[in-house]
Design a protein around this ligand. Structure first.
Ligand code: AMP
Ligand code: ZN
Length: 462
């Protein structure tokens, strides 16, 4: 079955044709390890993981590289400001290496919680200084780069086309759009390949231009070429990378070897919080650990992310997480019911639903549509292990660990609720049903449901 992907490069949905008919080569821009990854960052990582799983569902093997940025990503996406790693090291009173190790570990812990596979190749920028330097030197030799007193810049005027990926109109944007700190730059859109280190700069390496450090974009060009070759199949990242980082990666590669590094460029949209941006000042920057502290199974967030196509904005709400918890429970219970079932089901019926799922995932990773096929299986009145097997097959893409029970940390019930429950128990013992009902309503208004069972009273969040 054909696979279709929306390609940011051509701005069209296209049939996917890999360079090699068996193995797909992917490069994903990984984290800058200077702070905690948010659930927004994780949305992009889930999208990339689904891409891997869909390709594998279609029979491909994978060679997927992801970088870890531990140098060169400046505070502003223009070539301005402090290196994010150094800023964080200064603020946290640690060395840049300590910062990088600490946040890299946390990042991989989050991936594991979300059942996101680790790419075949994980490459760290600071381990590839030699490769980056050689790449820049080649650009200088071929006349695509020039030196100023502060940096080595890529000269975009040397390209037949810039930008290629984004719709940026340079002429319209030129006047005052970017205020440049380096007046020696030939164009405001020229970007730093290599930056001369000021005195006392912590991260610097010897180079033909003295002690210096790499710009942000060069690491992905150099490592992509090293591990996947001059041209590979798919390049992914978050949508914010299109006009800067990915545009400049293409420029570097065209200068270096005359090629656009990837044939398909795929970008994941942003996660919003209550309809707006995630920001520190609004106090709504959520991490995976916040979700877990509130008692959610991390995989609920994974399922939640399927409620929307990766190319659309997804709005995060706690109500959405509560509803998705119920969905994940239904899904896992539904699997168990099929597993124990004894009904006859025709293979043709199974095949039809499998085809609908397969068509959905192959249609540019349409997970909301694919979930439709999953619910069709759950809702089948005839219960059969054949349906359970199909769910296990679907789960190779969903990554929801369908065979395992949901992990719900029982939330601590506030003392106020416990006191009300005690009063209600007393009222019931006194056969004061009116009071008992009033207390139940009060408890419900405060967000808790109570259920009288043979074993005692159960208290749940509504
Ligand atoms: P940052 O740590 O903010 O530089 O983000 C790292 C990458 O994660 C960015 O390049 C984005 O592609 C992605 N990202 C950041 N915030 C979000 C968000 N709210 N939703 C989805 N992806 C995001
Ligand atoms: Zn990158």
């Amino acid at each position: 079955m054909d696979i279709y992907f929306y390609n940011t490069l051509t701005k069209k949905k296209e049939v996917f044709k890999p360079i090699d008919e068996k193995q797909v080569k992917i490069y994903s821009c990984g984290p800058t390890v200077y702070k905690d990854a948010t659930i927004g960052n994780m949305r992009t990582n889930i999208f990339q993981d689904v891409l891997r799983r869909v390709l594998r569902y279609n029979g491909y093997t994978l060679k997927h590289a992801m970088n870890i940025t531990d140098v060169g990503h400046l505070v502003s996406d223009g070539d301005e400001g402090e290196d994010k790693m150094l800023k964080s090291a200064r603020e946290e009173k640690k060395t840049p290496m300590e910062i990088a190790n600490y946040y890299t570990n946390l990042f991989f812990q989050d991936l594991e919680l979300l059942n996101i596979e680790t790419p075949e190749i994980v490459c760290k920028a600071t381990d590839h200084i030699k490769e980056m330097l050689a790449y820049v030197q080649k650009l200088v030799e071929k006349g695509y780069a020039y030196e100023t007193s502060t940096a080595i810049y890529f000269d975009i005027a040397k390209l037949d086309q810039y930008p290629i990926l984004s719709n940026l109109n340079l002429r319209e944007q030129k006047a005052g759009a970017r205020v440049d700190v380096d007046l020696e730059k030939r164009s405001p859109y020229d970007f730093a390949l290599w930056i001369k280190a000021p005195k006392n700069h912590l991260m610097k390496w010897d180079s033909p231009w003295g002690p210096s450090y790499p710009g942000w974009h060069i690491e992905c060009s150099a490592m992509g070429q090293k591990y996947l070759g001059e041209q590979f199949d798919i390049h992914t990242g978050g949508i914010d990378l299109i006009p800067t980082h990915h545009e400049n990666e293409i420029a570097q590669s065209k200068g270096n070897c005359g090629k656009i590094p990837a044939n398909y460029w795929m970008h994941g949209e942003y996660l919003l919080i209550n309809g707006g941006k995630m920001s520190k000042s609004l106090g709504n920057v959520y991490l995976m650990k916040d979700l877990i502290e509130k008692g959610y199974d991390p995989l609920v967030y994974r399922l939640f992310s399927y409620s929307c196509h990766y190319k659309n904005k997804l709005n995060f709400t706690w109500e959405g997480m509560q509803a998705t918890t119920k969905s994940l429970e239904r899904l896992k219970n539904g699997y168990q019911l099929h597993l124990l079932g004894k009904d006859e089901v025709e293979d043709r019926e199974i095949q039809e639903v499998e085809t609908r799922f397969h068509q959905a995932i192959n249609d540019d990773l349409n997970m909301p549509l694919a979930l439709g096929a999953v619910w069709e299986v759950i809702k089948q009145e005839k219960k059969s292990p054949k349906w359970a097997d199909l769910l296990v097959k679907f789960d190779t893409v969903l990554g929801l660990k369908i065979k395992e029970p949901i992990q719900k940390k029982e939330e601590e019930i506030p003392q106020e609720i416990l006191d009300l429950v005690k009063q209600r128990k007393q009222a019931r013992e006194n056969k004061d049903w009116t009071k008992s009902d009033e207390l139940r309503d009060l408890i419900q208004n405060k967000g808790y449901d109570i259920k009288d069972t043979k074993e005692g009273i159960e208290i749940h969040r509504c």
